[in-house]
Design a protein around this ligand. Structure first.
Ligand code: NAG
Ligand code: NAG
Ligand code: NAG
Ligand code: NAG
Length: 361
């Protein structure tokens, strides 16, 4: 080996030209960083303030969900589940909105479903022998997201779960709180024509706001009423949630946060005020929250509990369960609690008992 050919790099002091270039790169990076900060903290709030499309996108985070019906149909291979579609009318147009729906049977029917390929889902739903749990999923989710949670519900209930408009394989249509709630009210009314069973509403996260408002509207109608409402990882209202949401927090300190984020959302109808609508709910309510919830602080659940218990003047039965941080349930996993089935079953009992009392009076 010819060692003389070995190249040896020597650190030489930078030339004047190199130093100058380095200085320009430094200045460039500094300016870039400054522009980035300006864009994130000034540009973005300004765009957000003026773009209802962007506001809608951040309220209803429906991107990245399976959009093919086949995704939802393939679950039918698992016994006791059927996938179907229900049409509702758009709030502001003649458009027909098709919503993707799942019906999961209570486990008591499992032996029959397994042996009978023609099993009649519709007639067991109609019989009303088991109550129905009507499930409202959270914002970044579709009807298959809470599959593991449904397993717990199926110990007691039929589960009816669905996708909001523009979610998964439901019809693409303008997303607004009013329009989505209007769809939900119609879907509930359609369910009433298919069963006489007792119905409990269950909402998770943003779904808890939609479930509460849907129920509040139904309470004002002369139709058969749901017998209970469960709020899991619920927030009081969107304007309060935004200050503590992991993404909201990045901007919440800005003096113009209210003017560029909160107020435009309010103005455009993205309000989700559960603390208000819960007052119209005159069926028993159960509130579930986890102390380590990093998306919706449990203190919101606690506040809703105080409101539901103290400010509702009739049928103010409210159950409240707060799960310790050490359990690690965070935003999505309260169903893993050993006591979860017990809480569901007890609440079901409380609802039936309260309905009985109401009917007697
Ligand atoms: C519902 O319950 C009634 C009475 O217990 C029973 O006769 C009927 O077969 C049940 N129907 C279904 C579909 O389970
Ligand atoms: C509900 O009960 C009423 C009265 O018993 C009956 O007429 C109706 O057909 C039932 N509806 C369903 C969907 O089972
Ligand atoms: C709760 O409701 C009952 C009637 O259902 C009523 O008598 C009571 O005053 C209510 N409590 C509050 C705090 O309003
Ligand atoms: C059942 O109803 C009765 C009569 O209103 C009431 O006193 C009792 O507290 C209720 N039980 C439960 C567990 O809600």
């Amino acid at each position: 080996m010819n060692r003389a050919k070995e190249v040896i790099y020597v650190r030489r002091p930078l030339s004047r030209a190199a130093k100058r270039r380095l200085k320009y790169v430094g200045i460039f990076l500094l300016v870039f960083a400054l522009l980035l900060v300006l864009f994130v903290f000034i540009g973005f709030p300004l765009i957000f303030m003026n773009s209802i499309a962007l506001q809608r996108l951040l309220m209803f985070t429906n991107w990245n969900l399976p959009s093919k019906s086949s995704h939802f149909e393939k679950f039918e291979l698992l016994a006791g589940l059927r996938n179907f579609y229900v049409s509702v009318n758009d709030l502001n147009s003649k458009k027909i909105i098709s919503l993707g729906v799942w019906h999961l049977l209570p486990y008591i029917y499992e032996p029959d479903v397994i042996t009978d390929s023609e099993f009649d889902f519709e007639s067991v739903l109609k019989s009303g022998n088991s109550s129905v749990l009507f499930y409202f999923h959270g914002t970044g989710e579709d009807r298959s997201s809470a599959f593991e949670k449904y397993k717990q519900f199926r110990g007691f209930f039929h589960v009816i779960t669905f996708d909001y408009r523009s979610y998964a394989d439901s019809t693409k249509a303008e997303l607004s709180e009013d329009a989505v709630v209007n769809d939900c009210v119609q879907l509930y009314e359609r369910l009433l024509t298919r069963t006489n069973a007792s119905i409990i509403f269950w909402g998770h996260s943003l779904g808890s706001a939609l479930a509460t408002r849907t129920l509040a509207i139904i309470q004002a109608k002369h139709v058969r009423q749901p017998i209970g409402l469960v709020l899991e990882a619920a927030f009081t209202k969107m304007s309060e949630e935004l200050y503590v949401h992991p993404y909201g927090k990045i901007f919440a300190w800005l003096p113009y946060f209210e003017a560029t984020v909160i107020e435009p959302l309010q103005k455009n109808g993205f309000i989700f005020d559960t603390s208000k609508h819960i007052l119209s709910v005159n069926v028993p309510i159960m509130i579930l929250c986890a102390e380590d919830d990093s998306v919706v602080p449990y203190t919101f659940g606690k506040k809703l509990y105080e409101i539901a218990k103290n400010e509702r003047t009739s049928m103010n039965i409210t159950l409240y369960y707060q799960f310790a941080s050490s359990l690690g349930y965070n935003h999505n996993f309260i169903y893993k609690s050993f006591f979860f089935p017990y809480f569901i079953n007890y609440f079901h009992y409380v609802c039936r008992n309260a309905t009985e009392v109401k009917t007697l009076n």
